[in-house]
Design a protein around this ligand. Structure first.
Ligand code: ZN
Ligand code: ZN
Ligand code: FE
Length: 763
């Protein structure tokens, strides 16, 4: 009996070798019909025996190609048409381009083998790729995903490449970025000084020569330009910091292979798996004492970010220089990473000794993703960008209407949601910079078009002054203001596909509260529809507003004053201008300036009290330094001071007052106890107190699950203390893994909340 069935496959199924996969199996099973990409994914019409069709469906479900993510398969019976063959039809543009674009994928083993084979026509070719690897999101201009819709459109394939492209049995069948030295992109090298200009392998040699002699080189990668320098050369790294105007923020290092990574960092199995995955994030791991990496790469930190090469160019470069390279975003200070060639020349030209670039345009900028591995082996994404964006995540509950979510102000990402999924953009950055804001507008437009989302609700942060909020107001669409910490909790719930109420501990830097104060140490009973605040950290003054973030010594003074030890700052405050210190004291005494419940600022304060820099070279530097100190002391050697974190109950609301703990920290410091021990004791004491209160609040509200979210929960030691304590008390704990705990996750939480709203707001 012959039957005909139409199978529709949804998910990340384009640009991942799906059609050749279907072709091979359909032919092997003796089926006829066709497969094609269309706007909803891949459509397969097959005609043959019901058993063979069932087998094909089983293969699609159980053993799809490695890079494919199948989210849904439907099938429908059709009358047989008597096709003679199985064919791959060209893509059909329809009115509904909803196909997820796959992520940029690291060079596969097959391509690497060819690239290193002197007899191969792509020997040493920096743009080798196939259906299993290569650029995707960053080169896609429009859907469906076909060469004409990518930045490869102006490269006309040579006969040899076209034959591969057309051959269903070839690894490059319909590989959109397919290219070779005869027809594809070319490397070029130029220097400002003497206009030396070289192409191809000669260009690579010139860059290698510059890097091996302490030069600073801009390198065009997959999602933007990197600035590269020999990681072992302290003078060169310092010079890079000077030219880039980046004082202390740690740089990531690229190494040639896993052995090189192990020479830099202690890596457990999860770290290795992440490093070697096709997503190739930067992985932050404990640094080896004898790592051949200059101290100026990550000043004052015991961890280091490493990554493996992910483009053919990186492989060629790292093999040639034979040393770790600093590879940091190609930008000046906090500007967005340069990705457009003209812009890169303008912005990076003056700060580099040479540029290794090429003529394959990057359509969407996409920074490297950053992950960190916890002592318990959990991998936590701190930045979800290249290799992850724009991969959809399943929503815990279907969106009732299409949503655009605009994220927060810092570490901005935007997201679109509809039906059962949410797609977050790449990392956009801090919107306060004009260039970043332009990138934000482009990302909104791009995501809306790629996923054909016509939003019926625009979700934005409650903060009236965020640029993303102002952008929302200008869109002339119904808007929904989402409280910042509610969005953090919803992001964590989304990751774990939870819809019922949880107690969220949302600890972060700052977020706007509905009472006009700056929240950041919140205990909220929340689901996707709403939240109730059941506890928070003791509110304190934020003297000078945002200046307290850049100058954490101000927060140290605030908390020391709360602890009745206003004069304890001594050395630290003495380093500041005395007029300024008096001014800040005045602000604190008169309670002038915004009020905040921020746990991030508390950790900043303790960091400064224990010797962290009193002015932050980068966001949360003092808090990060504090965690690094604590992690030098095992948990079971950390002293605890159980009575020093008090809970005051004010009308059913729990207020956490750590003043006595702050006083203990100062006293121990003055007694000469090692800062590492005090830091560990602070984490242990604060973490246990918070967990015990959380358990109490959860039981009162009849919830059994606690979500730990907000940037503070990037602190692995704090997370570990709170999590083990809550487990001991019999509660379930949700922690972030795939969705950043920091503000990079806000757009996902906003989208989940806005999608769950029953009636879209009007006006
Ligand atoms: Zn490949
Ligand atoms: Zn070619
Ligand atoms: Fe936040």
């Amino acid at each position: 009996m012959t039957t005909r069935t139409r199978i529709c496959v949804a998910g990340t199924v384009q640009g991942v070798g799906f059609r050749p996969f279907v072709y091979r199996h359909a032919v092997a099973l003796g089926l006829v019909g066709f497969v094609r990409n269309d706007a909803t994914g891949v459509t397969i019409d097959v005609e043959g025996s019901p058993g063979a069709i069932a087998e094909l469906v089983r293969l699609l479900t159980e053993a799809p190609p490695p890079l494919a993510i199948v989210t849904n398969i439907t099938s429908e019976r059709l009358p047989p048409t008597g096709s003679a063959h199985f064919t791959i039809e060209s893509s059909k543009a329809t009115a509904l381009p909803t196909v997820p674009v796959s992520v940029d994928t690291a060079t596969c083993e097959d391509c690497l083998t060819e690239m290193n084979d002197a007899s191969n026509r792509r020997f040493l070719y920096a743009f080798i790729n196939c259906t299993n690897c290569g650029p995707r999101y960053t080169i896609v201009r429009s859907l469906p995903y076909d060469r004409a819709g990518t930045t490869m459109s102006h490269f006309v394939m040579c006969v040899a490449c076209q034959l591969e492209y057309d051959d269903p049995d070839d690894r490059r069948f319909h590989a959109q970025p397919n290219a070779c030295p005869a027809c594809g992109p070319k490397l070029s090298w130029w220097t400002n000084a003497n206009e030396v200009y070289a192409q191809g392998v000669t260009a690579l040699d010139a860059a290698v020569h510059a890097l091996c002699n302490g030069g600073i080189v801009a390198i065009k990668g997959v999602g933007g330009y990197h600035l590269a320098v020999d990681a072992a050369d302290d003078t060169a790294v310092r010079e890079l910091r000077r030219r880039k105007a980046r004082d202390e923020k740690p740089f990531a290092v690229m190494v040639a292979d896993l052995r090189g990574a192990r020479d830099c960092c202690h890596l457990d199995d999860n770290a290795v798996a992440a490093l070697e995955s096709f997503r190739r994030p930067i992985v932050i791991a404990p640094r080896c004492d004898d790592a051949a990496v200059a101290p100026s790469v990550a000043p004052g930190l015991s961890e280091l970010g490493v990554m493996l090469p992910y483009s053919p160019l990186h492989h060629l470069l790292l093999a040639a220089v034979q040393r770790p390279l600093v590879m940091t975003s190609g930008n000046h200070r906090d500007e967005p990473i340069a990705h457009d060639d003209g812009d890169a020349t303008r912005r990076l030209g003056p700060i580099v000794d040479g540029m290794l670039t090429h003529d394959r345009p990057i359509h969407i900028r996409c920074d490297d993703s950053v992950a960190r591995v916890s002592p318990s082996g959990r991998l936590q994404l701190l930045r979800r960008s290249r290799g992850y964006a724009p991969e959809p995540l399943a929503l815990p509950q279907r969106a009732r209407h299409p949503v655009l979510a605009l994220g927060a102000e810092l570490k901005n990402t935007v997201a679109v949601a509809r039906d059962g999924f949410v797609v977050a953009s790449h990392h956009i950055g801090d919107l306060e910079h004009l260039a970043t804001y332009q990138s934000f507008e482009q990302a909104v437009d791009h995501l809306r078009r790629l996923y054909d989302v016509n939003p019926e609700v625009v979700a934005h942060d409650l903060h009236p002054e965020y640029l993303s909020t102002k952008f929302a107001m200008e869109l002339d669409l119904p808007t929904l203001a989402v409280q910042h910490h509610h969005a953090h909790i919803a992001a964590c719930m989304t990751e774990h596909r939870r819809t019922d109420a949880v107690l969220g501990l949302a600890f972060d830097g700052l977020g706007y509260g509905p009472d006009g104060t700056l929240w950041g140490g919140e205990f909220l009973i929340a689901d996707l529809r709403g939240y109730e605040r059941v506890g928070h950290l003791l509110p304190v003054t934020l003297p000078g507003g945002a200046a307290s973030i850049r100058e954490p010594w101000r927060m140290a003074l605030v908390w020391a004053t709360k602890a009745g030890m206003a004069d304890c700052l001594g050395g630290q405050a003495a380093g500041e201008d005395q007029m300024l210190v008096r001014g800040v004291r005045g602000l604190i005494e008169q309670r002038q300036g915004p009020r905040t419940t921020s746990v991030g600022r508390l950790f900043d304060a303790i960091g400064v009290l224990l010797g962290a820099p009193r002015r932050a070279g980068y966001e949360a530097q003092a808090a990060i330094t504090l965690e690094a100190m604590a992690r030098k002391v095992p948990r079971d050697s950390a002293p605890t001071h159980p009575e020093t974190v008090e809970v005051h109950w004010r009308g059913g609301l729990a207020v956490v007052d750590p003043s006595a703990l702050v006083a203990t920290v100062v006293r121990e410091r003055d007694r000469g106890i090692a800062p590492e021990v005090i830091a560990a004791g602070f984490h242990e004491t604060f973490g246990r107190a918070v967990a015990s209160l959380a358990a109490d609040l959860a039981i009162r509200s009849a919830v059994d699950t606690i979500a730990l979210t907000g940037g503070v929960f990037q602190n692995m030691r704090l997370t570990e203390v709170v999590q083990t304590e809550l487990h001991r008390l019999g509660l379930r704990v949700l922690v972030h893994e795939q969705v950043p705990a920091n503000d990079g996750g806000i757009s996902i939480g906003q989208a989940a909340i806005a999608g769950a709203v029953e009636q879209p707001p009007t006006g």
